[in-house]
Design a protein around this ligand. Structure first.
Ligand code: HEC
Length: 126
C-alpha cells in the first residue's frame, strides 16, 4: 500500500469531491474520492489505487482515510488515521463484503466519466 499521508494523497486525482458518504460510517462524514492514473483508466488494473478521504460533517475535522489497492485479481483494503498512519490492511472482510455489492463492477462504487481527468468536480454515481 503506498503512502496515505495527506501530502501524498494530494498528488492523486480527485475524481469525486465533497459529498456525504453513504457507504461509510452512517453518513457522518463528507468524502473526497481520489484515484491514481491506472484506476482512472481501468478501475481495477493491478496497481490501481482508490482512496476515500473523510471529514466530519459537523466541524470538517479530518476523519479516517480508506483505501483499496488492486493486487493481482483481488483488492488490498486499508484503514488509516487522518495523518495516513495505517491501522489495518489486507483482504478486509468488512470492506470487501460491502464493496462486492458495487453496482458497476470490480468492487468499485465510484464512476469516472469521460473528461474527468484533470478535473476535480463532483462526479455522479450510476
Ligand atoms: C456498507 C458498505 C460499505 C462498507 C462496509 C465499506 N464501503 Fe467503501 N464505499 C462504499 C460506498 C457506497 C462507496 C461510494 C462512495 C460513498 O458513498 O462513500 C465507497 C467508496 C469507497 C472508496 C472509493 C472507491 C469506490 O469504491 O468508490 C474506497 C477507497 C473505499 N470505499 C474503501 C473502503 C474500505 C477500506 C472499507 C473497509 C474499512 C470500506 N470501504 C467499507 C460502501 C462501503
Amino acid at each position: 500500500m503506498p503512502s496515505l499521508k495527506p501530502a501524498d494523497l494530494a498528488h492523486l486525482l480527485a475524481v469525486r469531491g465533497d459529498f456525504v458518504s453513504l457507504g461509510h460510517a452512517g453518513g457522518q462524514y463528507t468524502a473526497t474520492v481520489r484515484a491514481n492514473d491506472k484506476a482512472v483508466r481501468s478501475r481495477a488494473e493491478p496497481g490501481s489505487l482508490w482512496v476515500a478521504e473523510h471529514r466530519r460533517n459537523t466541524d470538517r475535522s479530518p476523519g479516517p482515510v480508506l483505501a483499496m489497492e488492486r493486487r493481482g485479481s483481488g483488492w488490498c483494503y486499508a484503514v488509516a488515521a487522518s495523518d495516513g498512519a495505517v491501522l489495518r490492511a489486507g483482504t478486509l472482510r468488512d470492506c470487501a463484503g460491502c464493496h462486492a455489492a458495487a453496482p458497476s463492477s470490480e468492487s468499485v462504487f465510484t464512476t469516472v466519466g469521460p473528461g474527468t481527468a484533470g478535473a476535480s468536480e463532483e462526479q455522479g454515481r450510476d
